[in-house]
Design a protein around this ligand. Structure first.
Ligand code: GLN
Length: 477
């Protein structure tokens, strides 16, 4: 705990934390010590954790990195947070994110926070301080930095820097796996329905899943075991246990396992370095005796477009609660003489342009005359994407191996350039479909790029086969 606390201090300049919960963690530590002394430690007694700032935490600010909730203090804990605390975890703080989890043109990088961007630890001056054996001299230009990825970038840097063992993030289109990939940590988006969303401030209810970031697959699994399972407060959670791991069944043999390589993931913009890392993991699996086959998921390339309609529609509906009346920011100023003018002023003062843009787009798509043309079409497309996966699993494919991000972490200046944004607008290309289909997916760091930044690959499994996914990830790790 003390080491983690030191790290929290040392990485201040990376802006990973929005709130550091010093006082609360001291009290939790005290209780942990007592439990150890009495010989009754709980499963993760004294383990430091961090939580993305869109999970409600009792008596602790939960801002969603937005002016709207800058001073919002929930009266209850999100179920996943409560379960970790009940098992002995110590909360180090709440982590930075893109405002409400949304990035400009769907590109989230933890750069759109009212508290300023989070910096990746890789390529920063901090890593050289932390790692005394660090010989290679690589760093970002003085006025620039490598982005952490997003929108759970604060959680990824919190883990990568050793300021906590496990962090919670949320994943709607890749927001856990993207920063995990850029920061070189494991990022796990479990099956939709395996984790409770109660207390997670919603972005897209039909796609949001709490995710886990950790340095090893084993740590991810330990946290997952604690937080998974039915929650009476979230009707979409699964009431039965998850499927048993295919590797733990009695007749389990690696040679019986089949891993698919979907050809659509050889997408435009994929860097040769990621491509090479991908190929190496294919070879590794084959050398373990696993069957590796080429497969196809024909609707993959429609996923981003489909998301671009469904996301704003759900956002428009979710954001309606921020009206300046019930809670959160309330506009002040003259001429606020009608409810409508209060709504309008509150929203324009307290939500950034990205969020407002999505509310507008969503309401446009949902207009009576547009509903069938956009919303219903997008739902149909989502069904086709989902069915691609269902069909594939029925042919005996157990897992998929794909890239996560198309390259290593970009510099902030590259990320912000208009034309390079257009090129990398497909940054969620590989992560997005798993949210459409609700299936579990995991980002695993495998090697370093030429710029000495982490490169990762992604594993995906059928719905509720999270245990198989974790087992195979552990094998690759
Ligand atoms: N990049 C996507 C967006 O901006 C996904 C974000 C997320 O998963 N929260 O909407």
């Amino acid at each position: 705990y003390v080491q983690c606390l030191n790290r929290v201090q040392m990485i201040k300049s990376l802006n990973a934390y929005i709130t550091v919960t010093n006082k609360i963690s001291q009290i939790q530590l005290e209780e942990s010590a007592q439990r150890y002394l009495k010989g009754i430690p709980r499963p993760i007694e004294g383990i430091p954790i961090a939580v993305k700032d869109n999970f409600c935490t009792k008596n602790i600010k939960t801002t969603c990195a937005s002016r709207m909730l800058e001073n919002f203090i929930p009266t209850y804990n999100a179920t996943v947070v409560q379960r970790l605390l009940d098992s002995g975890a110590i909360l180090m703080g709440k982590t930075n994110m893109d405002e409400f989890g949304m990035g400009l043109e769907n590109l989230s990088g933890t750069t759109e926070s009212i508290f300023g961007p989070t910096r990746n630890i890789w390529g920063s001056h901090v890593i050289q301080k932390l790692n005394t054996n660090f010989k290679e001299s690589f760093s970002s230009p003085p006025d620039d930095f490598f982005i952490a990825g997003g929108s759970s970038g604060g959680s990824a840097v919190a883990v990568a820097s050793g300021s906590c063992t496990v962090a919670l993030g949320s994943d709607t289109g890749g927001s856990v796996r993207n920063p995990a990939s850029y920061c070189g940590v494991v990022g796990f988006k479990p099956s939709y329905g395996s984790l409770s969303r109660y207390g997670l401030i919603p972005l897209v209810n039909s796609m949001d899943v709490p995710g886990i970031l950790a340095r090893t697959v084993g740590d991810c699994r330990s946290a997952f075991d604690i937080i998974k399972g039915w929650d009476p407060k979230d009707s979409t959670t699964l009431q039965r246990p998850l499927n048993k791991s295919k590797l733990k069944r009695t007749s389990a043999k690696l040679s019986k396992l089949c891993v698919g390589i979907p050809k659509e993931f050889h997408c435009p913009g994929l860097s040769s370095e990621v491509s090479d890392a991908w190929r190496d993991v294919m070879d590794l699996l084959e050398n373990c005796g696993i069957r590796v086959v080429q497969v196809s998921l024909p609707h993959t390339s429609y996923s981003i477009a489909c998301y671009s309609v469904l996301n704003p529609c759900e956002v428009a509906s979710n954001m309606a609660r921020y009206d300046g009346l019930r809670y959160g920011y309330r506009a002040t100023g003259k001429n606020l003489n009608s409810t409508e003018s209060l709504y309008a002023a509150t929203r324009s003062q307290a939500l950034n342009q990205i969020v407002r843009g999505r509310i507008l787009a969503g309401n446009y798509f949902l207009l009576k005359e547009n509903y069938d043309k956009y919303f219903v079409q997008a739902l149909k497309l989502r069904r086709l994407i989902y069915e691609d996966y269902v069909k594939l699993w029925s042919t005996g494919v157990d897992l998929l191996l794909t890239p996560v991000t198309l390259s290593d972490a970009p510099l902030f200046s590259e990320f912000n350039q208009k034309d390079s944004r257009a090129q990398s607008a497909d940054q969620d290309y590989c992560t997005q479909p798993a949210n459409m289909a609700g299936i579990p997916a995991l980002s695993l760091p495998v090697r370093m790029s030429k710029r000495n930044l982490p490169l990762s690959i992604q594993l995906m499994a059928p719905h509720f086969d999270d245990e198989t996914l974790l087992d195979v990830a552990e094998l690759v790790e």
